[in-house]
Design a protein around this ligand. Structure first.
Ligand code: ACO
Length: 333
């Protein structure tokens, strides 16, 4: 908080962490719950299984171990954390923020805490937001968490949505780096298409009532095929833009880590962005779509498995409800 202001400070990812709840729900399990098949889910989405939180588990419960791992790897004690931003679509409650609840569990007593609501693009928005606070020297370090318990908001009788989502959390610590770090960012939104993916109930428009429950307003609602087309175009354009604006070419990028929604979306993004699939990180087969947690879980796995090494250029790109999209171009340090 008291770091010296500097307009040119480079900010990078110092560490990552992740946590998924132990319970695994396979496509075969889903066959027993709704009229679907492993074959349909695999061929239409690439998802084989997802992790599901036990009833009563809150988003902050998943966020905490991911946050602790990232802080430990960065060698930062919770009390020395300056800023905590959580991206989530599924907060424990409308208020206080998940960030404040995680702050209390961590003992991060000095941190300023708030949440970001940008659905599946949330962790990208949160990284870019943290970068703004850090590069001017207002704060010395920031913890960004993406965490979701989507299973609490999925209609488990609706086969068109319940097969897609999973629960989990990813985290990263951001701070000053001497070289590399974040070298490009891109963000955009289109509120005119907010009706493609939304959860109407529980807010000020439709507060909880017997009627809202009867009308199933407390579950997420989605126009899957319309979203699919926009997701591909927006993610491909955003990834291309962030690379071009940094004066680079696709060949200069080692790995693209897209939001893990659906393998067909990922493959189409790769095609539109002229990216060979060898350069695209995929782990959605194990986790499904974990919304704001997705890019951070994937970044953690890419770093831990050696898929990215110091000096590699990496693009994180996401798309989600809002509609929202965004990219971060990093030189891994
Ligand atoms: N099992 C079996 N059949 C199913 C299932 C299921 N789980 N779900 C739908 N079907 C049926 C439909 O009822 C339909 O049957 P019909 O032809 O008799 O009417 C048929 O399969 C085809 O349905 P479509 O919706 O056209 O299937 P599509 O190929 O578009 O795939 C999907 C659906 C997977 C949802 C796809 O549109 C998609 O992935 N969209 C993106 C959605 C997404 O990822 N949203 C997350 C948030 S946004 C983001 O993260 C990018």
């Amino acid at each position: 908080m008291s770091a010296k202001p500097s307009q040119t400070q480079r900010i990078g990812v110092l560490s990552t962490g992740m946590y998924v709840p132990p319970k695994v729900l396979t496509n075969k399990d889903l066959e027993r719950m709704v009229d679907t098949s492993d074959d349909w889910i695999t061929s239409r989405t690439g998802i084989k299984e997802r992790h599901i939180a036990e009833p009563g588990t809150a988003t902050s419960d998943l966020a905490l171990p991911a946050a602790e791992e990232a802080l430990k790897r960065a060698g930062i004690a919770p009390k020395d954390l300056d800023l905590l931003i959580t991206a989530t679509t599924t907060p424990d409650m409308l208020f206080p923020s998940v960030s404040c609840l995680v702050q209390q569990k961590l003992g991060a007593t000095s941190a300023a805490c708030f949440d970001i609501s940008a659905a599946c693009s949330g962790s990208i928005y949160a990284i870019i937001t943290a970068q703004q606070f850090l590069q001017g020297g207002r704060y010395r370090n920031a913890l960004v968490v993406g965490a979701e318990v989507l299973s609490s908001f999925v209609d488990w009788t609706d086969r068109t949505t319940c097969v897609l989502f999973g629960d989990g959390a990813g985290a990263c610590v951001l701070g000053p780096v001497s070289r590399g770090g974040i070298i490009g960012t891109d963000m955009g939104s289109d509120g005119t298409q907010s009706g493609l993916l939304f959860m109407p109930g529980g807010g000020s428009k439709y507060p909880p009532s017997y009627q809202s429950v009867d009308q199933r307003l407390h579950y997420l609602q989605m126009s899957g095929s319309d979203l699919f087309k926009v997701a591909v175009r927006r993610m491909a354009d955003s990834a291309k833009r962030v690379i071009e604006q940094a004066g680079l070419k696709v060949d200069d990028v080692k790995l693209v880590i897209p939001h893990q929604a659906n393998i067909r979306i990922v493959e189409a993004v790769a095609k539109f962005a002229d990216l060979p699939m060898e350069k695209v990180f995929v782990n959605l087969d194990k986790y499904g779509n974990t919304s704001a947690a997705s890019n951070l879980i994937a970044l953690h796995e890419a770093a831990q498995t050696g898929a990215i090494k110091p000096g590699d250029r990496v693009v994180l790109v996401a798309f989600g409800a809002g509609l929202t999209w965004g990219s971060v171009l990093l030189e891994w340090s």
